[in-house]
Design a protein around this ligand. Sequence first.
Ligand code: ADP
Ligand code: MG
Length: 284
Amino acid sequence: MGKVVLEVKDFSFRYRQTKQKAIKNISFQVEEGSFFCIIGANGSGKSTLCNALVGLIPHYFVGKMSGEVFVNGMKVEDSTIADLSAKIGLVFQNPFNQLSYTAGTVAEELAYGLGNRGVSHEEMVKKVEYVAKLMRIDHVIHKNPLELSGGQIQRVALGSTFIMEPRVLVLDECTTQLDPLGSEEIFDIVKSLNQKGITVIMVDHEMERVARCADKIMVLDGGEIVAIDIPERIFETPDIVKHRIGVPDYVKICQSLREKGYTKREIEIAEEPTIELVKEALKG
Ligand code: ADP
Ligand code: MG
């Protein structure tokens, strides 16, 4: 295993005024530069975990916490959210929750977080230009963020997180509110950031995408880890669907083919399974 950039140790959290723990005794590590995906049904604790990784738990949400989270060796509980934002950044599902609502332009919105950092004006302009290009919003930089399309607003939100230069990005279903094109655009950017060495922790329910991109997948159910493995092994476990997660279509097809008696080798040889073969397998 390479250098560990994120470590969660026996972490549990219960929101105030709830009886059940949202997260129970979770332990895992994420390797620097990897693409780590978190999947699980609604209410399985994915967002709670994201909040814990970036320090919103315990610094913002009130409740009962035990265990520890370390980002680059820095203990989240003992660090400020401001200090953490230089190490790890979270992009929410709803970009409107991420906007400052005080910035009149996209450029100001991007620069917003840098305001408290003592960055010179010149440096700020450079950073804004760089990030705007990276997020493909350089053509709308003088517009009001609220005039943009959903996909553009989400890219502004991603940009305003990324401009703080975190080495770890946490994405909590940040493409669910977008159309397929807007969603792919965000995802392309995330992939290119990962190729630049940024560690990505992504909550997603697009299983095709998860299977294609994840180095490792963690499956949550009822606030607990039920599996943590490479995609091939996660989706080859027939029981995995009992945790109310989807599986990619090609996995379903392969499983049906296998159940019909086709061997794994035959499936692999059929470079593109013929439509007849697939129809036959899915019958009944
Ligand atoms: P997911 O993101 O996987 O849908 P969540 O982390 O949002 O799951 O929720 C996990 C559990 O915690 C759920 O039972 C949910 O109702 C509860 N929960 C989430 N946010 C809050 C909150 N702010 N206050 C109280 N309970 C919450
Ligand atoms: Mg959620």
